[in-house]
Design a binder for this molecule. Structure first.
Ligand code: ADP
Length: 345
């Protein structure tokens, strides 16, 4: 109502201005001449101008109303969250230009909405994964605890139960730490600080984590890496990613097996190969083993929760890199980590 009044007010104002100008024009003409032909011509001329003005104003009004109606309809659709808003993209007209900008704005809004939904879904999945994962150790802990409370066990038997409880507590602790890392990496709370550094040092850091277990299993570990190779990377997180691969190499390789690490610096990327002589991975599992909490059925007797490779891929891809696998059942696996030689963050 208010919009119509003000728009009409403008038209009335313009018409009144036209009328005032016409009257002034007549006064001037009538004042300067008494010639009836000139006076008559002036009247006809001003009437024609007035008529033309009214036609122009009506045309303009029609255009303006159509323009504001189309904009209103578009904005209403956007506000009401309609999925397929029809944008009037007439080229080179004012409506077309406005609609184009509205469409861009709408796309930005839709992308934001989609991103929020995806994040919400990923958080929901993570929460359900976490609750599923912690269920087993908690159930086990409850069972061992009630056995200890209800039965009078011999000290040796009780000690066994305490040891079992300890392993479940360790599993919960490991799960919690991994989940904190995962959620921080996924939500961007942790930002990797990538800077050029010798990859040799980072590999050394990762290897120090498996030293003891590899020794216990009598495994041979060989490293082939030029200490002069400089790669832009986050030292702490990359060492963690490499450690996860090395840790698996130790876990899934029988005693007296071999692990080798070789580094090659190419033009665009640096390739780090971590090979073992372990049980191998079937090709159809290559993609799955990087999924959160995925473990192959065959390894259920070996400790693990299935987050090592998931975290590893997150860390490497956040630095612009990627991981490839090559494996042969019963012979061993090679995990190749590719890191870009140019800073990507
Ligand atoms: P976890 O080792 O805790 O199970 P990971 O995410 O590190 O979790 O690995 C996922 C799965 O990939 C493992 O459960 C195992 O089945 C397989 N895997 C990973 N590395 C190797 C390897 N070097 N040799 C054989 N299998 C492997």
């Amino acid at each position: 109502m208010k919009k119509n009044l003000s728009t009409n007010g403008i038209y009335i104002g313009v018409c009144a201005a036209f009328l005032v100008l016409t009257v002034c024009f007549h006064i001037i003409v009538f004042y300067h001449t008494e010639n009836p032909i000139i006076r008559g011509t002036a009247i006809v001329f001003s009437l024609l101008v007035l008529l033309l003005g009214i036609i122009l104003i009506l045309l303009l009004k029609g255009k303006l109303v159509a323009f504001s109606d189309s904009l209103n309809a578009c904005i209403d659709d956007i506000v009401n969250g309609k999925e397929d808003v029809a944008f009037d993209l007439e080229s080179e007209t004012l409506t077309g230009k406005f609609n184009y900008k509205l469409q861009r704005l709408y796309e930005i809004m839709q992308n934001g909405k989609r991103q929020v939904q995806e994040e919400k879904q990923s958080i929901q999945e993570m929460v359900s994964d976490i609750s599923h994962q912690v269920k087993t150790p908690i159930t086990n802990l409850k069972m061992y605890n009630s056995t200890l409370l209800e039965r009078h066990l011999m000290p040796e038997k009780a000690w066994e139960f305490h040891k079992l409880m300890e392993s479940q507590i360790d599993k919960l602790d490991f799960l919690m730490q991994a989940m904190v890392k995962m959620s921080r990496l996924e939500t961007g709370v942790i930002t990797l600080s990538v800077s050029p550094a010798p990859i040799y040092d980072t590999i050394g850091l990762a290897l120090s984590g498996i030293e003891r277990t590899a020794e216990q299993k009598n495994m041979e570990v060989n490293v082939e890496c030029d200490s002069a190779i400089i790669v832009p990377h986050d030292k702490k997180w990359t060492a963690e990613a490499l450690f996860n691969i090395l840790d698996n190499a130790v876990k899934y390789t029988p005693s007296v097996g071999k692990i080798s690490v070789t580094v090659e610096c190419w033009e665009m990327t640096t390739r780090i190969d971590i090979s073992d002589t372990g049980r191998g991975i079937p090709e159809q599992h290559y993609a799955q083993i990087f999924k959160r909490f995925y473990r192959e059925d065959e390894v259920h007797d070996i400790s693990g929760v299935g987050v090592g490779l998931y975290l590893c891929r997150e860390i490497i891809s956040k630095q612009g890199g990627y991981i490839q696998i090559k494996s042969e059942i019963g012979k061993g696996s090679t995990f190749s980590v590719f890191l870009p030689n140019e800073r990507q963050l």
